[in-house]
Ligand binder design. Structure first.
Ligand code: SF4
Ligand code: SF4
Length: 303
């Protein structure tokens, strides 16, 4: 499995890059998953995105703490965040910088592919959105996906968001970066302040952590146990159904269901349909295709 962590800034397309990469991997005949990590930050705040690549189906859904590759889309992040943290000893960094690899100082010396993606993006796209150029460099370093597959990945993901014409320009930016990336070693020696843990005030505490069970003035129940009153089953007419003949009781679906609505009863895995919102995660993780999404006509059938 190859694990890639993207470091970018909110609104500059890190997640789009991780999705286009996953699509390119898919076109190359392998498996991939991609997902972002950000909170309620505004445009410009540091954000993360992740892509996992494997020859086999991928069940791991955690964030990536020990990546094989880091991709840093914005060079101002070098000063702010220890982007190399957890990078495996034989890992590589794909870095956006106008400097040579040996002029870049990080917390440790790493193997790096460096490209001035901002310059390329400004010239080709008329704006400093570096995600496609960084993908070009990344694919060059990865060596397991062809540039043709990356082209298809960018076209399929970017054109939905910014249209075909702009997607083609992004492919052009990726191609230039693919050809111009230089490889070398960064320097070690940058020190980063240890992040202080977030210590919330009582007002900032997330609902449900410490607030007692109570009703707010909209008559809504909040606090421990209140999730029971939110019938997420009414969010969709589709419901997960487990084929007991096929089920091998591996419990993957139970652990992955975000609503916690799959439980074991005697020797059977059961879906409580009152809370099944048909996200399809259980179906995706089931190794024996024992789960289907079936349609119900009325919510009264399940609640
Ligand atoms: S479809 Fe989603 S909510 Fe429903 S049981 Fe499966 S994982 Fe849970
Ligand atoms: S993931 Fe599939 S095989 Fe595993 S317990 Fe769930 S339904 Fe059964």
């Amino acid at each position: 499995m190859i694990e890639i962590r993207f470091h970018g800034r909110g609104g500059t397309g890190s997640f789009l890059a991780s999705q286009a990469l996953a699509k390119a991997v898919f076109y190359s005949g392998k498996y991939a998953v991609s997902f972002p990590s950000f909170g309620a930050e505004r445009r410009g705040a540091p954000v993360l995105a992740f892509t996992r690549i494997n020859e086999k189906k991928i069940y791991k859904r955690t964030q990536i703490y020990e990546p094989d590759i880091i991709v840093v889309l914005d060079n101002s992040l070098f000063e702010l965040i220890d982007v190399a943290y957890g990078l495996k000893p034989n890992g590589i960094g794909i870095l956006n910088s106008a400097k040579k690899p040996e002029e870049i100082i990080l917390s440790k010396s790493i193997r790096a592919g460096v490209i001035d993606a901002t310059k390329i993006a400004e010239e080709i796209l008329d704006q400093p959105i570096t995600n496609s150029a960084m993908l070009g460099s990344l694919v060059r370093a990865l060596e397991i996906i062809s540039f043709a597959d990356l082209e298809k990945g960018i076209m399929s993901v970017f054109s939905l968001k910014i249209g075909e014409k702009q997607a083609k320009k992004n492919i052009e930016a990726a191609k230039i970066a693919y050809e111009q990336t230089i490889f070398g070693e960064t320097k070690a020696g940058r020190n980063y302040e240890k992040n202080q843990p977030w210590l919330p005030t009582i007002e900032e505490l997330p609902i449900g952590t410490i607030i007692p069970k109570m009703k707010v003035n909209t008559n809504q129940l909040i606090g421990p146990g209140s999730a029971k009153t939110r019938m997420t089953g009414t969010w969709s007419h589709y419901k997960a159904e487990i084929n007991q003949e096929k089920c091998i009781q591996c419990l993957q679906c139970m652990f992955h269901c975000p609503e916690g609505t799959i439980y074991r009863n005697a020797s059977k895995l059961i879906v409580n349909k009152s809370y099944c919102k048909a996200c399809g995660i259980c179906k995706a993780v089931c190794p024996v295709d024992a789960i289907n999404l079936i349609k119900i006509e009325e919510f009264s059938e399940i609640i």
